[in-house]
Design a protein around this ligand. Structure first.
Ligand code: NDP
Length: 487
């Protein structure tokens, strides 16, 4: 139990000015949708309607792709890399200038704690634009896209064309940055669709593009649901598709672009193992476990949702972990003391409830700290399952919520076998004081990112991506440029 209560420390929402309705951002302007259909976005912490956004239809997506094509051919591709860089630096600085507003807006629309949107999401968004701005005039050094037989440094890598990008709701503005910054640095133009439940920071980003005087059509933002996403990725004049979201939709997208000229990168689900060896620094490991699964309400594709603890220390770890979980503050995302905010949508809450109920029905033991949840909004108390077997659905399926499944192992070989026993392969964590063990285990894990004695750390210079059903292609770092350069 907490040793003392915290007084409320709410961040003011006066800094954001949410309009009652938004158009689509096409060719540098906000325009009304041709479809006349709209949808509402709500604050998941209060269920209050925040704004109405357009449900972009076929004609809207087509207008956006045509604007992107024109901008690509006439302005962005011919522009020297150093000039593109200036726009990206300008966007990065505007994001920093508006960081408090963007953090508050993100927390209101998504439900994530302000502590995270302020200290993690928005700083990383700016960092991505700064990082890729630096690449825009150095693409020949990226190591990709050189024509066969050309002299080193003798041929400029070329952009691909118009990128159709579809992103999820868990890190709305950060996923936009992961997609847009490398695409623009490499000379492509984009049509991006944000998730239906979190469109507002993408629309604020559209304003930032206007403020930065970005040439019309370089960035286009079309709001809508899954059908709008389908229209974006299946548009015949899109050359490159980039998607982050569920494996199920990723599979459908891969099928729809098969046999076309389009290039694809997919960042999909995960079921990461966070492995705690008996020689690990336990207090630090417990912080890492908490950060691994309760950061962003567990709405994280690389979340450490399967805890693998060496059998000799499991009681000790669970004892510490439960004590730590009892201190987590769940509630108002705008309160600066909040650790765990609201679940992003009623649908996602239902999915978390459903899979947790399956965990109990299949025989795992469920535990949560005593916790009072707000009366309105979508909430789920941080939850721990012990007695989990590898066959249980909660050990195999992505729950995408604050739910941790605990398994045990005896030997390093067993830890590796269990960690790799998943259809996914996005990330993993290793906790031990032996450097040699970290290297030996990391080498055997089929995961795109392996953290050692830390978890959920991100940096724009570091590539991120998966194996197996977690998708293909890398985002971030020099590798992230490859997806946006023609070979
Ligand atoms: P989706 O994969 O459906 O959503 C991701 C994005 O794709 C959204 O913008 C979505 O639009 C769009 N989309 C949906 N259908 C299509 C389609 N046929 N073609 C193109 N784009 C499409 O995830 P959900 O939000 O439905 O979440 C369901 C589950 O997916 C979660 O419970 C979680 O397990 C997993 N998930 C994993 C993520 C990850 O990063 N690993 C991220 C998000 C979800 P719209 O928002 O309108 O649905």
């Amino acid at each position: 139990m907490p040793t003392f209560d915290y007084a409320p420390a709410p961040e003011s929402r006066a800094i954001v000015d949410i309009r009652s309705s938004y158009g689509l951002f096409i060719n540098g302007e906000f325009v009304e949708g041709a479809s006349n259909e709209t949808r509402k976005t709500v604050n998941p912490a209060t269920e209050e309607v925040l704004a109405e956004v357009v449900e972009a239809g076929e004609a809207d997506v087509d207008a956006a792709v045509r604007a992107a094509r024109r901008a690509y051919e006439k302005i962005w591709r011919p522009m020297p890399g150093a000039s593109r860089a200036k726009y990206l630096y300008r966007i990065a600085r505007l994001i920093q200038e508006r960081s408090r507003e963007l953090a508050v807006l993100e927390s209101i629309d998504n439900g994530k704690p302000i502590r995270e949107s302020r200290d993690v999401d928005i700083p990383l968004v700016a960092a991505h634009f700064f990082y890729y701005a630096g690449w825009a005039d150095k693409l020949e050094h990226a190591g990709f896209g050189r024509r066969p037989n050309s002299q080193p440094g003798g041929s400029q890598p070329q952009p691909i064309g118009v990128a159709g990008q579809v992103i999820p709701w868990n890190f709305p503005l950060l996923m936009l940055a992961w997609k847009i910054a490398p695409a623009l640095a490499a000379g492509n133009t984009v049509v991006l669709k944000p998730a239906e439940t979190t469109p507002l920071t993408a629309l604020a980003f559209a304003e930032i593009c206007q403020q930065a005087d970005l040439p019309p059509g370089v960035v286009n933002i079309v709001t809508g649901a899954g059908e709008t996403g389908r229209l974006v990725v299946s548009h015949p004049d899109v050359d490159k598709v980039a998607f982050t979201g569920s494996t199920e939709v990723g599979r459908a997208i891969a099928k729809s672009v098969a046999g076309t000229h389009k290039r694809v990168t997919l960042e999909l689900g995960g079921k990461a193992a966070n492995i705690i060896f008996e020689d690990a620094p336990i207090d630090q490991a417990v912080e890492g476990i908490v950060n691994g699964i309760f950061f962003n309400q567990g709405h994280v594709c690389c979340a450490g949702s399967r805890l693998l603890v060496q059998e000799s220390i499991v009681d000790h770890v669970l004892d510490r972990l439960k004590r730590r979980m009892a201190t987590l503050r769940v509630g108002d995302p705008l309160d600066k003391n909040t650790d765990v905010g609201a679940i992003n949508s009623a649908a996602q809450l239902e999915r978390i409830r459903e899979l947790s109920a399956v965990g109990e029905a299949e025989g795992a033991d469920r535990w949560s700290p005593p916790c009072e949840l707000p009366a309105r909004g979508f909430w789920f108390v941080p939850t721990l399952f012990t007695g989990v077997s590898q066959a249980h659905r909660i050990a195999r399926e992505e729950i995408f919520g604050p739910v941790l499944s605990v398994l045990t192992f005896r030997t390093p070989a067993e830890a590796v076998e269990k960690a790799n026993n998943t259809p996914y392969g996005l990330s993993a964590g290793i906790w031990t004081e032996k450097g040699s063990r970290i290297l030996a285990i990391a080498d055997q894990l089929r995961a795109g990112v392996v953290w050692a004695n830390t978890f959920n750390k991100f940096d724009p210079s570091s590539p991120f991506g998966g194996y197996k059903e977690s998708g293909y292609g890398r985002e971030g770092g020099r590798h992230g440029l490859e997806a946006y350069l023609a070979h």
